[in-house]
Design a protein around this ligand. Structure first.
Ligand SMILES: *Cc1c(COP(=O)(O)O)cnc(C)c1O
Length: 238
């Protein structure tokens, strides 16, 4: 078995253990996004060979190149998520190549994505609203207070399907602080899901904290280094 395949098996096992350990309040399945940013298409093909079908990329151009490469190699059935910051001038290639965008935090971006999906005759693009729950100034995302109003605006766009929330919590060893941030997100997600039937996804938790995120109600985790190894070049959240 390749290293990536055995890493992936370890991640699946750890997720299953966290699901078994969580409160019975949470019954949704947990989806795993394999974050392949900075890693070559061959690594994605290895994870695909081991059964993984959902991948996340941070940079539009790098992601689009890998999407084309793997499509040309005949790998089909992959669900591609953009999880990194998005500029309006990259909205078109994003809307044409990705299946989900998790990093929507401005109405202007949402409107551009919606327009490009419709112009291309594509089905609605799945989007998550990125929330800045840690209130760190360096992080993108809308503030907790602004989420419900922005969700209302985004849900009216005809080319998008608002599926829920995404957040990058603080990078801290303080487990209580982590749990507090994850719980705030889950409460916000529950409020939103009560108002809108399309809401079914809460994307939170990365390699260092996904077990805690699952215990606190994540329905999607984004895991990079634990599957593909550490990233040599410093990435945004490396
Ligand atoms: C890089 C990245 C991840 C994965 O991080 P790891 O710590 O390598 O698991 C998850 N989410 C976002 C938004 C990222 O940029």
């Amino acid at each position: 078995m390749s290293l990536i395949a055995s890493n992936l098996q370890g991640v699946y096992r750890a997720c299953a253990a966290a699901i078994a350990a969580r409160s019975t309040r949470y019954s949704e399945p947990v989806n795993i996004v394999a974050v392949s940013k900075t890693k070559p298409a061959d690594d994605i093909a290895a994870a695909f060979g081991a059964g993984q079908r959902v991948f996340g990329e941070n940079y539009v151009q790098e992601g689009c190149e890998k999407i084309q490469t793997l499509r040309a190699r005949g790998l089909s059935g992959i669900e591609w998520h953009l999880i990194g910051p998005l500029q309006t001038n990259k909205a078109k290639p994003t809307a044409l190549n990705f299946d989900w965008v998790q990093s929507v935090d401005r109405l202007k971006i949402a409107e551009a994505l919606s327009r490009h999906r419709i112009e291309a005759g594509l089905p609605r693009l799945n989007v998550l609203l990125q929330v800045n729950v840690s209130r760190e100034l360096t992080k993108s995302g809308v503030s907790v207070d602004a989420v419900l109003a922005m969700a209302d605006d985004i849900s009216s766009l005809p080319g998008l399907q608002l599926r829920g929330l995404m957040s990058i919590v603080e990078n801290t060893p303080d487990e209580n602080e982590l749990r507090t941030q994850f719980r705030t997100l889950r409460a916000l997600f529950d409020t939103l899901a009560e108002r809108m039937p399309s809401i079914d996804t809460l994307s939170m938790g990365m390699s260092g904290d996904f077990s805690i995120a699952i215990e606190e109600g994540a329905t999607m985790v984004r895991i990079g280094s634990m599957i593909f190894g550490s990233r040599g070049a410093p990435a945004s959240y490396g």
